[in-house]
Design a binder for this molecule. Sequence first.
Ligand code: ZN
Length: 308
Amino acid sequence: MTTALITHADCLTHETPEGHPEQVARLQHILHALEPLELKRVTAPMAAEDDILRVHPIDHLRALRSARPQEGYAQIDGDTFLSPGSLDAAFRAAGAAVRAVDMVLSGEVQNAFAAIRPPGHHAERETAMGFCFFGNAALAAKHALDHHGLKRVAVVDFDVHHGNGTQDLLWDDARALFISSQQMPLWPGSGRADEDGAHGQILNMPLPPESGGDQMRAAYETLAFPRLRAFKPELIIISAGFDAHQDDPLASLNWSTADFAWLTSALCSIADEICQGRIVSTLEGGYDLNALAQATRAHVEELIKAAT
Ligand SMILES: [Zn+2]
């Protein structure tokens, strides 16, 4: 079995203003770092509108389409911008996540990494925010549940920021376990431990600023892993943000590259135990270009190890 790397050149056409942390160079650095690895390289399709509409109302799509600029940028909120290529990139990003689910569930590959931007985990039902337009991880989860008929899916979000969008999109779905670790306090401000979903199926694990890998490992070992084992998802989707890295400029957790490898390896082991190793990972944040490239590579190397 193999690991798929799913991406598309359109994801490089989503441009942001000079100095913006969510920049084209992020994906270029990642793809360069993954070049030597043995992966099944797959071109991401555009998501179908139906895939988007599983989690967003049509008005959200219409609003983004009408905001799309012919040149320059349209500002959606304080730090979220649309360039002429952004919507194509967003459709490819969502399409990559959906394709990853299809490939893993069909047994074509053991697991998959979607190297995509824009990221997705801050996009709420009707609100693009925090560099995100469509909830890639959540719509991939809904695709697995509604299209493939799975009964239970888990989304694990280790981005340093809370996955408020994924939480919003999965809040009332008892079939979806959402586990999220995040620095607190930090933007967007949500993600307290008492935010636990309409069916108690959301687990938030806030981590204090300046905490490191030991605290992360303890939180996952004592809270997240037992919940995953008890829920028995048929697929694990990872919102893989690498901005908890100690070198990241947007936050102040102190995880090392080895911590990301440890967490990935542990999730792969649990997936082996409970869901035939099925993992779909989608890129979220990570803003120090070198740390992002190294941590992503470490993450993908663990996926490859688990697939062989
Ligand atoms: Zn983030």
